[in-house]
Design a protein around this ligand. Structure first.
Ligand code: LMR
Length: 334
């Protein structure tokens, strides 16, 4: 009898030890775009690598397409610890009180991905991520999406074509000012509301990298699109600071490795995904795609670059100057 209860006891202890070992740390990763976008794919890649590298000690649940939270709510949810990871667009940190991130929204500030990466993957990027600490958030990395096109139901060949148009923007004062600079009326809307707003005429047009436009089917409700590449849209991969700091050191190290690998992955696939999406829009036959000549593009540049000076007091002249110094951008060369 004694022997039997010992065995039963041992089994019970063994079972609860197994239950503890099998009880993984859960990371809820919420985002607002489709799964087949650069961010959606990178989030899935992070899930796979985090689970592999931690040997199952961490389980990542990815919630795409605003299924868990919309733009504004997701940041609040992260700060409260209701979700553990997000990758909001850099244009969405203003409402959180970090206005400096809007420097990435300045039109034409990055001539190409190489210039951009000098900032996001260099010391300026690191110091920007550090600023998040004071808001209970740890900044882990920058993930690319791409450069934006303008779209509407009428052709946009020159800045005047945007005059009086209601253009949807993300929640960034710089983007609002950029639209005003060309005579448009900016309307800040959550990403999940854009398709319907375009369809019902609440707004006339928008700006997006092709991957976002295509996967949300915005091309079905936008007859014209101009590949202006006038501005950049990318992400900061962020986590709840208390959660991250409280992880066992070994697990945190493994997750840092997963972050590194998924950042390389995100930044490798972004351009390709956007190119494929543009081809998808073209193949749909629903949207006329205008590719401006360098001269035509320069007219947009001339109209929009004065926004840099105008937004100095919001973003910080020093930060803007440090980016010019890093990338070689010269606003006087128009
Ligand atoms: C948008 O709102 O247009 C984008 O920030 C969506 C995203 O996450 O790419």
């Amino acid at each position: 009898m004694k022997f039997r209860s010992l065995i039963v006891g041992l089994i019970a202890v063994g079972m609860s030890a197994a239950a503890v070992a099998a009880d993984p740390i859960t990371i809820k990763f919420s985002h607002v775009v489709a799964s087949d976008t650069p961010k959606g794919k990178a989030a899935e890649f992070f899930k796979q690598r985090a689970e592999e590298l931690t040997g199952g000690k961490v389980k990542v649940e990815v919630y795409a397409n605003s299924t868990l939270y919309k733009d504004k709510e997701e940041i609040e949810a992260l700060q409260m610890g209701a979700v553990q990871m997000l990758a909001p667009s850099l244009a969405k940190f203003g409402p959180m009180g970090i206005k400096e991130f809007e420097v990435f929204d300045l039109p034409f500030i990055f001539d190409n991905a190489e210039a951009l990466h000098k900032v996001t993957q260099g010391p300026i990027g690191a110091s920007l991520l550090d600023k998040l600490g004071g808001r209970g958030v740890t900044g882990l990395a920058f993930w690319d999406n791409g450069f934006k096109s303008l779209s509407a139901n009428t052709p946009i060949m020159k800045p005047e074509d945007l005059k009086g148009k209601k253009m949807r923007v993300q929640s960034s004062k710089v983007l609002e000012e950029q639209m005003r600079a060309v005579g448009a009326i900016p309307q800040s809307l959550a990403f999940s509301e854009v398709y319907q707003a375009l369809q019902t005429g609440v707004v006339d047009g928008t700006e997006n990298p092709h991957s976002n436009l295509y996967t949300q089917k915005m091309h079905e409700v936008q007859k014209h699109m101009t590949v202006t590449d006038h501005g950049y849209l990318g992400y900061a991969l962020i986590t709840n600071k208390k959660f991250w700091d409280g992880l066992p050191a070994e697990v945190r190290g493994q997750l840092e490795q997963a972050v590194k690998e998924s950042t390389d992955f995100a930044n490798k696939i972004a351009l390709e995904e956007n190119t494929k999406a543009l081809e998808g829009v073209r193949a749909s036959g629903k949207t006329a795609i205008h590719e401006p000549t360098p001269e035509e593009r320069n007219v947009f540049r001339k109209a929009m670059v004065p926004v840099h000076k105008k937004m100095e007091s919001r973003i910080g002249a020093d930060l803007i100057q440090s980016i010019y110094a890093e990338t070689g951008f010269d606003p006087s060369k128009l």
